[in-house]
Each structure stands twice: as C-alpha cells, then as structure tokens.
Design a protein around this ligand. Structure first.
Ligand SMILES: [Mg+2]
Length: 153
C-alpha cells in the first residue's frame, strides 16, 4: 500500500473566519489598537462556510493523512490555547491531536498545504503543493474538495 498523502490545513481565513471575528472585536473595543488581542477572539471565530464539512470529508478519506497547521499570533498568548479549544469545539478531540501550531510552515514535510497565504510563515519553503484558499483556482471549500476528488478517483 502506498503511503498516505499528507495534507496540512491552515486555520485563519481558511478554516475560521478571521475577518468577521476581527470586525466583531473591533466593534466591542473601538479604542484598542489591537482588538484581536482580546481573550475570546480566536475561540469565538465562526467556521468559514463549508470548512467543517470539508475537513471531515478529507479527514475520513483512507488515503489522506490530514493535519491542521497554523501559525500563532505571538503577541497574543491566548491564541495558542484558543486555537486548540476552537479545534475541539468544531472538530473534536481526535482532530486536536492533529493540531500543529508552528511559526514556520516550511519545516513540515508533506504533499499539500491549503492556506490563504503562500508566503510569510514559511509557506514559501513548503516542499509540497500549496492550494491557495481564496484564490481564483480555490475560491471556496467546494473547489478544494473537487480538486481532491479528481486527485483520488
Ligand atoms: Mg491563514
């Protein structure tokens, strides 16, 4: 049996709707320069439409080995624990065990990285293929799932 295909999935703007959460916290704390630093910012983010269903589909495929690979918000210590709690809340403890919080995504070995950024947190050194979430080719999770269905069929 061939080894499993390793897939990494980013969190902010890919699994979780960072922009909506930022606007919400900005409205709650209009005087703060960094409203994203408030407790609850990362935990309260809503999932991007289709993200949970897509994650579960990818995660249940026998040929795929799926991980969450997210960079921390280093100035916000809550981001580390809240990212972990967000994964438990929306995807469960099994997926918590596949959560990787890393400032350098280029250190991870694998085949695919689904991420809205293609550089800045080591993405530029990732040896596999980056599926840029939100790009013309992968505007949403339906497009990502379509890609993997074609790849795996
Ligand atoms: Mg992101």
């Amino acid at each position: 049996m061939s080894p499993k295909i390793i897939v990494y999935i980013d969190m902010d703007h890919t699994l979780s709707d960072y922009d909506a959460g930022f606007r919400h916290h900005q409205s709650l704390h209009p005087d703060l320069e960094f409203p994203q630093s408030m407790p609850g910012m990362f935990l309260d983010l809503e999932p991007v439409p289709g993200a949970i269903e897509a994650y579960l589909w990818l995660n249940s495929h026998p040929r795929l080995d799926v991980y969450i690979l997210t960079a921390p918000s280093e100035m916000n210590p809550h981001s580390y624990s809240e990212k972990r709690l967000w994964v438990e809340k929306h995807l469960g403890m099994e997926v918590v065990r596949k959560l990787i919080i890393s400032p350098n995504k280029g250190l991870n070995r694998g085949d695919f990285l689904i991420d809205d950024y293609i550089c800045g947190r080591g993405q530029e050194n990732f040896e596999g293929k980056i599926l840029q979430f939100g790009s013309d080719e992968f505007p949403d999770w339906q497009a990502v799932i379509g890609f993997f269905k074609r790849l795996l069929e």
